[in-house]
Design a protein around this ligand. Structure first.
Ligand code: MF3
Ligand code: CO
Ligand code: CO
Length: 269
């Protein structure tokens, strides 16, 4: 984490559009592979090879040191967080089975700029209650994005997300937040996914950050596995997450992590 909010110039923004699009295109690429029987290691290898060989980019998580004491640098190229895993699920021999839900989180670095996005995937047929959690989390992320405009505050984003999640009976994870992003993977600027309207830092054109709410079906409490990375729900309930990288424009927002296969924003109202 740096110690200054970095306002992006026109060149930075052009580069961030490129990196954002690449990250989203990795998710498009991996989508048909997320089926029962695949291992999370296979998903990692496919994404890694696509990022390195096709996109000529670098998977930012690989060997990432993270913040705070960790047992090891992050060992893989993507995060695959299954069912009760909240985030930073490490790909391994685990076989995805019918009914699982999995978040795939991709960050790519191209020309020294990072783009960061994640989606939820259903593995085969999934229960209605799991689908509802994924849908409400997606809506919450978008309600947060819709608050992005100059003059609004970070608390407006957090409030919109928290309000929608809690009205639907879910809880917001407090241990992780969105972040500034640019030439540094996790820049200063913390985007809390909860809060009060009209509080916190005011948004200014040229800010770029992620919005990436993690929402639990049960309680908000987190437990870390012994590797120091993988976060799971303490009560073992399901957790979902969606993430976009967003630019504050003169009039509102621009989502940078866009691709042909990205799910359409929800129709509100
Ligand atoms: N992509 C994650 C985020 O949204 C961070 C992953 S860091 C890793 O911020 F090292 F775990 F990959
Ligand atoms: Co992020
Ligand atoms: Co991410």
């Amino acid at each position: 984490m740096s110690n200054k909010i970095i306002i992006k110039n026109q060149f930075d923004i052009e580069q961030m559009r490129i990196s954002g699009k690449l990250a989203a295109e990795v998710l498009d690429f991996i989508t048909p592979h997320v089926i029962p029987g695949v291992t999370t290691n296979e998903l990692d290898r496919l994404c890694h090879d696509f990022i390195v060989n096709v996109q000529k980019a670098y998977p930012s998580p690989l060997n990432y040191e993270g913040q705070g004491p960790k047992v090891m640098p992050y060992p893989k190229s993507i995060c695959t967080s299954v069912n009760n895993e909240i985030c930073h699920g490490i790909p391994g021999p685990r076989i995805l089975k019918e009914g699982d839900i999995v978040n795939i989180d991709v960050t790519v670095c191209k020309n020294s700029y990072h783009g960061d996005t994640s989606r939820m995937f259903y593995v085969g047929n999934t229960s209605d209650h799991a689908k509802r959690l994924c849908r409400v989390t997606f809506e919450s992320m978008w309600l947060g994005i819709l608050q992005v405009k100059p003059g609004n505050h970070l608390g407006d984003i957090g409030f919109a997300i928290q309000n929608h999640a809690e009205r639907n009976g879910y809880s917001i994870v407090r241990d992780f937040c969105g972040h500034g992003i640019g030439k540094i993977f996790h820049e200063d600027l913390q985007i809390l996914h909860y809060g009060r309207p009209k509080t916190g830092i005011k948004l200014v054109p040229g800010m770029i950050f992620t919005i990436e709410p993690m929402i639990n079906q049960g309680r908000k409490d987190v437990r870390f596995l012994s590797d120091g990375w993988v976060a799971v729900t303490k009560d073992r309930s399901l957790s979902a997450q969606w993430e976009h990288t967003v630019l504050v424009t003169e009039s509102g927002y621009e989502v940078l992590t866009v691709s042909p296969g990205m799910p359409e924003p929800p129709q509100f109202g």
